[in-house]
Design a binder for this molecule. Structure first.
Ligand code: ADP
Ligand code: MG
Length: 250
């Protein structure tokens, strides 16, 4: 695939005696949404962590936007344009929602952010406007002055999504972005992710909810026991007997 913005090649990763990832090949095309599905413990989060530099692979390579990023630290990979939403939201609990969204943009622009600079955030009116717009997009604007710690788990995920989007990443990685959300909030998140797609952002999404996967994905890779057992369009994957057996429950 010539247009691959993310290319994972021959990646292996073990934890002690446990082979979490074996012979992983993944190519994500620019502007597309690529879903990774598979049962619990299949290795999905591990694969994502390898892509963002949180876990070094035992062997193999990850290339992003022409850069070999294997073994590089997470902040460097982030600076190249990779942002992620974790399975457990990583937010600043003691800051307001608005501050939470502004901090990553500030950090990206200035290369760093110290909590002592918090008061100067208020002077950043352009950033503030954009942060408010994003809070509106994720449906949290009415709570902008609240502390992030006061949010429900589902709302924390939406906050984290806004914190990613303000960085204008080239590649957005999402680890179960709708876990813990009501059906209403899930649908709202799907709509938002569709809008992001229209803006041309490339996404890798790990998701359990098949409704979400089939509404959003251009391609799907199926992981089971650390191996990719199928890859294709949603229709191809849905029709695969191997996938039915391993994941969709026959
Ligand atoms: P998934 O996200 O598909 O549910 P994970 O990637 O979290 O799966 O985990 C894959 C396997 O690796 C599981 O068996 C899990 O217990 C194991 N694992 C994940 N992270 C670690 C770790 N840091 N140390 C040891 N084992 C781990
Ligand atoms: Mg996981």
């Amino acid at each position: 695939m010539n247009n691959a913005v993310l290319h994972v090649s021959d990646v292996q990763k073990s934890f002690g005696g446990l082979r979490a990832l074996t012979d992983i090949e993944l190519q994500v095309e620019k502007g597309k949404t690529h879903a990774i599905i598979g049962p619990n413990g299949a290795g999905k989060s591990t694969l994502l962590n390898v892509c963002i530099g949180r876990l070094p692979p035992d062997s193999g390579t990850v290339t992003f936007d022409g850069h070999l990023i294997t073994g590089r630290p997470p902040y460097e990979i982030n600076q190249l344009g990779v942002a992620r939403v974790f399975q457990t939201p990583e937010i600043f609990p003691d800051l307001s929602l608005l501050q939470n969204v502004m901090v990553p943009a500030f950090a990206k622009r200035d290369g760093t952010f110290r909590m002592s600079a918090l008061s100067s955030l208020e002077k950043e009116t352009d950033l503030r406007d954009e942060a408010e717009k994003l809070l509106e997009d994720v449906g949290l604007l009415q709570f902008y002055a609240k502390l992030a710690s006061s949010l429900s788990r589902g709302d924390k995920r939406r906050l984290e999504l806004a914190m990613c989007l303000i960085q204008h990443p080239k590649l957005l990685l999402l680890d179960e972005p709708t876990a813990g959300m009501s059906r209403h909030d899930t649908n709202r998140t799907i709509d938002l992710l569709k809008q992001i797609k229209e803006r041309g952002m490339t996404k890798v999404i790990i998701e359990h909810d098949m409704h979400v996967v089939f509404s959003l994905a251009d391609r799907i890779s199926v992981l089971a026991q650390g191996k990719i057992i199928a890859e294709g369009t949603p229709d191809e994957v849905r029709g695969s007997p191997r996938v039915q057996e391993a994941y969709l429950g026959g």
